[in-house]
Structures are given as structure tokens and as C-alpha cells.
Write a protein that binds this ligand. Structure first.
Ligand SMILES: Nc1ncnc2c1ncn2[C@@H]1O[C@H](COP(=O)(O)OP(=O)(O)O)[C@@H](O)[C@H]1O
Ligand SMILES: [Mg+2]
Length: 258
């Protein structure tokens, strides 16, 4: 079964885009064909892969408004086995235009359905609006990056409730696995870390064992518009995303055999 992973958190700045890019890259390193779908009007995943908005004609909003077939929109990236559905600031208006439309919440699900990739990764915007709901309908795996800071899981209850509502729909894949990824981990901040871990106790079973350490190379790679793996191989950021990819693939294997 094709895995569609939605990277979601209603908070901004927690590492959704960083994770979308580097986890996608990590999957290609393990030999998989990956489609990264940028579903944030800020287009940070698109730009983060070195693709500037002036250079493409169609983007994800054309798919969401049923104006283009997704095949017309998909771009090759400079990375082997990684394709991209780019975003554009026009997606902001498209989300508003979608509000009165019929079947607006399953557009992405329908667009991705027939595609031939091993994995689709969807980088979401920091809201629970129509676009993120589309990602929830389309996905079978939800990855929630969280910062190691106070309010780390603010909004998580709302997200869980929305997921339950989405599952009530008859048309879609019911199984949606959820995993929380702790990001910007800094071992020196022991008091904060203990506090966050305590807050996360009820969700312990949902935590990835891998934590992404605070690592300036991740920030710099973003500025250089490339994955951390090509920017600075073997830095802590690259090591952590490699480990995350392996943990995720192991989990997929366990789920398939169970
Ligand atoms: N583990 C990390 N270490 C250092 N900087 C990080 C890390 N994760 C994310 N960042 C930086 O934090 C900022 C927000 O991350 P981003 O992935 O854009 O968040 P989101 O997509 O959730 O808004 C970016 O500047 C990014 O480079
Ligand atoms: Mg982002």
C-alpha cells in the first residue's frame, strides 16, 4: 500500500517544512520514489528545494480548484527520485474559494489516488482549515513535529478531534497512524526537557524514539535551499533525519506484517 504522510501541526515554526524536506530526502536515500506535496501558500518546501515560484506555471492550487490534472503540476527536483507538487502564494486565495465548493475536502485525496510513488509527503500550513483537512483525508500516516518548549502540544487535542471527524467519512482510508516527532532537542535544557516529557506522558506510545536535535546546519540548509544531507553530510541534523527515516520504515514493516 502506498503511504501518504501528512506533516501537521497548527503551530508555525515547529519544523513541518524542515521535516517534510529532509524526511522526503531520507526516503529517497533508502531507494524509494517520493512525491513531496507542498500544501502551504508560503511555499517553503518548494523554495527549500531550490525551486523559485517564478519558474513554474502550475501549482497545487490549480489541482485543488480542479483546474489542472496533478500530472501537469508535478515537477522533477534536482534530487534523484524526488518529485514535487509546488505551492504558490495563490493557494491562499484558492483555500477561500474552496469554502463554498462541494466535495472540497477530498480533492487532494482524489488527485493523489492514482499516482505511482512509494511515498507521498504533504507539508501542511499551520492551521486546521480546508487545506489541512484535505491532507487529513488523503493521508494514512500523520506526523506531528513538536518543539521542545512550553505549549509543545497546544492544539493537539483539536487535531485528534478533527482526525476522528475525518475518519467518519465513508469514502476514505480509515486507518491513520499518528506519530509525534520531538524537534529542536537540546540536551543542555534539562529542565525544559523534563517538563515537556512529563506533558507528553499520556501520548508516550505515539512518540517517535528519534528526536531531532537543535542543529544550526538544518537552518543553514534551508537558507541554501537544499536538504541538510547534501548541505552538510553527517551533521547531527542529517544523522537524526536518517534515523527517523529508518524508524519510520521499520514501523511501516511492522504495521504491514501485523
Ligand atoms: N532541529 C532544528 N534545529 C535548528 N533549526 C531548526 C530545526 N528545525 C527547524 N529549524 C528552523 O526553525 C525554523 C522553522 O522551521 P520550519 O520547518 O520552517 O517550521 P514550520 O514549517 O513548522 O513553520 C526554520 O528557520 C528552520 O530552519
Ligand atoms: Mg512550513
Amino acid at each position: 500500500m502506498k503511504k501518504i504522510i501528512a506533516v501537521i501541526n497548527q503551530k508555525g515554526g515547529v519544523g513541518k517544512t524542515t521535516t517534510s524536506i529532509n524526511f522526503s530526502y531520507g526516503l529517497t536515500r533508502e531507494g524509494h520514489r517520493v512525491l513531496l506535496t507542498d500544501l502551504d501558500p508560503q511555499a517553503h518546501s518548494t523554495i527549500g528545494l531550490g525551486i523559485e515560484p517564478e519558474t513554474y506555471k502550475y501549482a497545487v492550487h490549480d489541482v485543488m480548484l480542479n483546474k489542472s490534472d496533478i500530472h501537469e503540476v508535478i515537477l522533477k527536483t534536482s534530487i534523484n527520485n524526488l518529485d514535487l507538487v509546488p505551492s504558490h502564494i495563490r493557494l491562499e486565495r484558492a483555500e477561500q474559494q474552496l469554502t463554498p465548493e462541494m466535495f472540497r475536502e477530498t480533492r487532494l485525496h482524489k488527485a493523489l489516488r492514482g499516482l505511482d510513488y512509494d511515498f507521498v509527503v504533504i507539508d501542511c500550513r499551520p492551521t486546521l482549515g480546508t487545506l489541512t483537512i484535505n491532507a487529513l483525508y488523503a493521508c494514512n500516516f500523520i506526523l506531528v513535529p513538536c518543539e521542545m518548549a512550553r505549549f509543545a502540544l497546544d492544539g493537539f487535542a483539536d487535531l485528534m478531534e478533527t482526525i476522528e471527524n475525518v475518519k467518519d467519512n465513508e469514502e476514505i482510508e480509515k486507518e491513520k497512524f499518528i506519530r509525534i516527532l520531538l524537534n529542536k532537542f537540546d540536551a543542555r535544557k534539562s529542565i525544559t526537557n523534563e517538563w515537556v516529557v512529563e506533558q507528553l506522558k499520556p501520548y508516550k506510545a505515539l512518540l517517535f524514539e528519534t528526536r531531532i536535535r537543535q542543529n544550526e546546519a538544518l537552518n543553514q540548509a534551508h537558507i541554501a535551499m537544499e536538504p541538510v544531507f547534501t548541505f552538510k553530510a553527517n551533521c547531527p541534523g542529517a544523522q537524526d533525519y536518517e534515523q527517523l527515516t529508518k524508524e519510520f520504515l521499520n514501523l511501516c514493516q511492522q504495521l504491514e506484517t501485523s
